[in-house]
Design a protein around this ligand. Structure first.
Ligand code: HEC
Ligand SMILES: [Cu+2]
Length: 366
């Protein structure tokens, strides 16, 4: 019966100041769960607690009844064995119905939570994260970069767009109760709604080589005003990304730099001479393919179109594709920037100097 003391300490946890791993001080009780610092965390904890209580209830009922019958009807006991209950329909139907409702209820509850966790809301702030042996590289929409640190505003939906530049990793933030595999050659996403400001561990949860255990960092959840201050002024006038010493260019502006550097503009600008599909407005929309299927233009589709143009050819264009592959010509970071550029075209084509800071802000506010 190890669960009972555990349950007590779990309940006790909700009182008192939250203890952080980096905070020294006497531990008042055994900590079963890490901090709970996101809306998702509260939902998941509540659900786990209810499942735990229901399971313990059923367990206790069976144990008590089983034990009681063992003793009362042991061999040689004088207990009467005459009035045996016959099968009754009302009883059968009642207990079957109750357990069905309880367990199906749990199924739908967990299912709803699962779908919520796996569907980032469209108005989330998108931050790109690349895992590599053995660090996390972060790019904010306004161009700021950091390593093994992730600054986010509290009270704002955050979507992390994840990919790996080598092996499989997994990003885990225990205080948010979210974890997602980070895979090479595709994007996965993870989203959360941080509620509490503070510093919380983030780590790799998939053994990824010798120094896997050092692949950790911190999520800093800041008050929105502090986050704005932390971002600092972004400079959309700097069209060259990563100019040494220069201010960070917004991701989409950096991506636009690659678009011209790699010559995508020869085919894909609205005024280009070559025949190629327009990229403005495709984001999030279904694209009709040559093989009569439809595919929604999301991060993964754009990524695949760039690295492997023949994988999915747009309807009305010849196979093999006229578009060359760009595999090996872009780092993961640059690819994220290019994808963000194409995403930024969802509201229409824009020219470099006309991409104002206001648009970046608006993008972040959405
Ligand atoms: C030689 C002309 C050419 C160049 C250069 C070129 N593309 Fe393409 N691109 C095409 C053609 C033609 C298609 C349609 C056929 C296909 O799906 O492969 C296409 C399709 C695409 C699609 C899918 C569009 C849709 O409507 O679904 C994307 C995204 C894309 N290209 C991005 C890029 C990017 C980014 C670059 C630069 C790194 C680039 N292209 C360079 C010709 C080109
Ligand atoms: Cu890892």
């Amino acid at each position: 019966m190890i669960v009972l003391p555990a349950l007590v300490s779990l309940l006790a946890q909700t009182e008192g100041p939250p203890l952080r791993p980096d905070e020294a001080g006497p531990t008042k009780w055994i900590r079963l769960l890490p901090d709970s610092a996101a809306r998702q965390a509260t939902q998941i904890d509540t659900m786990s607690l209810v499942f735990l209580v229901v399971s313990i209830g059923v367990l206790l009922l069976l144990l008590v009844l089983g034990g009681w019958f063992c003793i009362r009807y042991r061999a040689g006991s004088p207990a009467s064995r005459r009035d045996q209950l016959q099968k009754t329909w009302p009883l059968e139907v009642t207990w079957t119905a109750i357990s069905t409702v309880v367990f199906l209820g749990g199924f739908f509850w967990a299912g709803a939570l699962y779908f919520d966790l796996y569907q980032p809301p469209p108005d989330a702030l998108r931050i790109h994260v690349v895992g590599k042996q053995w660090m996390w590289k972060v790019q904010h929409p306004s161009g700021q970069r950091e390593i093994d640190e992730l600054h986010v505003p509290a009270g704002r939906k955050i979507e992390l767009v994840l990919t790996s530049q080598d092996v499989i990793h997994s990003l885990w933030v225990p205080a948010f109760r979210v974890k997602r595999d980070v895979l090479p050659d595709r994007y996965t996403t993870l989203w959360f709604d941080a509620t509490t400001t503070g510093r919380f561990r983030l780590m790799c949860a998939e053994f990824c080589g010798t120094d896997h255990s050092t692949m950790t960092g911190w999520v800093h959840v800041m008050a929105p005003a502090d986050y704005e201050r932390w971002l600092g002024p972004s400079s959309p006038e700097a069209p060259l990304p990563d100019r040494p010493g220069g201010p960070a260019a917004p991701l989409a502006v950096a991506g636009r730099g690659h678009f011209f550097r790699l010559g995508c503009n020869a085919c894909h600008t609205p005024t280009a001479r070559m025949r190629a599909p327009r990229l403005d407005g495709i984001w999030g929309r279904p694209v009709a393919l040559r093989n009569n299927h439809d595919v929604v233009a999301d991060d993964d589709y754009i990524r695949e179109s760039i690295l492997d143009p023949n994988a999915k050819i747009v309807a009305g264009y010849p196979a093999p594709s006229l578009m060359p592959t760009y595999r090996g010509q872009l780092s993961e970071d640059e690819l994220s920037q290019l994808v963000e550029f194409i995403r930024s075209l969802r509201g229409g084509w824009w020219e470099a100097p006309s991409y104002p800071a206001a648009a970046v802000r608006e993008e972040e506010d959405r």
